[in-house]
Write a protein that binds this ligand. Structure first.
Ligand code: DHB
Length: 310
């Protein structure tokens, strides 16, 4: 079985999409519902609809992708209506509603609206969007993260997780974990893209994407070691009630297996899901099943977090 559970909710497959990729429209989300994914997450919402940054704003790369989409989305109401409808149609299923306000006030306003709604699924509060000009990634400002969570948990009582940017220093793992452990978070999702990287085309002597002078977030194969370090670094430091969602660099069943070994209870696929579409969940499921069969594992909890060190 590839089943998993987070915060008392069960999922028949531990794999799902990552926010942002093929999840902006109702049609995209309907395709995820029809797929073998264990859940879906909606494109990060802002209070109002946004067009995002000018194109070209995403480029495929030999080992991943670069993007600076700039939060194009249909606004919170669109996604909140969708997940509430789905909750009526498929009672007992849990999905993820992503919100990414560009200010503390916007995040609090959206979470108040969700708190006051019928929605009872997960919310993924995105503290790591790197692509809105002039807006820093909240996850790199530890005092700000603490302020956001302090304000949120004064009123918010539904299951909530945070999407974090990658960290690159073990002391930063200590510092973020110490803050997160003070709150009743259901999960943390690591990692968002490696932000503000630069891809150069030597032929044309130009950058790969238009926004922000070419600076954008990297996803795909290139980010897997950073993602695994963040999943493992957080798994070793967070209280056991906080589940880890592992995101970054998943292309095949071995990558899923490695994320789970590092401590992930659920994994999300972004770049490669963009390239393959929903059939990727069939392929990854059969590849992970094959690895588990070879190793004699019958469920993911038998190896989750059990990475060995020398
Ligand atoms: C966008 C990119 C992100 O990595 C994110 O977390 C949210 C939004 C974007 O550019 O749309």
């Amino acid at each position: 079985s590839l089943a998993t559970s987070i915060g008392g909710r069960t999922f028949d497959n531990c794999m799902m999409n990552a926010a942002g990729i093929r999840c902006q429209s109702k049609k995209d989300l309907d395709a995820l519902i029809a797929s073998n994914a264990g859940a879906y997450v909606t494109k990060s919402a802002t209070p109002e609809k946004r067009a995002g940054n000018p194109s070209p704003r995403m480029q495929t790369l030999p080992h991943g992708s670069i993007n600076s989409m700039g939060l194009p989305n249909n606004g919170l109401e669109y996604y909140l209506d969708y997940v509430i409808d789905d909750q009526h149609n498929r009672p007992g299923t849990t999905n993820f509603l992503s919100v990414a306000g560009t200010s503390l006030e916007d995040n609090l306003a959206m979470l108040h609206e969700i708190q006051d709604s019928e929605y009872d699924g997960f919310v993924e509060l995105n503290l790591s969007c790197p692509n809105v000009p002039g807006k820093p990634q909240v996850g790199y400002d530890f005092d700000r993260v603490n302020t956001v969570l302090d304000q949120v948990f004064k009123f918010y009582t539904k299951p909530l997780g945070v999407k974090l940017p990658p960290y690159f220093d073990l002391v930063h793992f200590d510092q973020i974990a110490e803050i997160l452990n003070q709150y009743p978070l259901t999960f943390v999702n690591s990692i968002n893209s490696i932000g503000n990287a630069l891809v150069v085309d030597p032929q044309t002597e130009r950058v790969a994407i238009r926004p922000k002078g070419g600076f954008g977030g990297i996803g795909g194969a290139s980010v897997k070691p950073t993602a695994l370090a963040n999943v493992r670094g957080l798994a070793l430091r967070l209280k056991p009630e906080i589940a880890i969602v592992g995101t970054g660099g998943i292309l095949n069943g071995v990558d899923v297996f490695e994320h789970i070994l590092c401590g992930a209870s659920m994994v999300q696929i972004g770049t490669q899901f963009g390239y393959e579409g929903t059939k990727i969940f069939d392929r990854l499921a059969s590849e992970l099943r094959e690895i588990m069969n070879q190793k004699g594992y019958t469920n993911i909890n038998q190896f989750r977090g059990k990475l060995k060190t020398f």
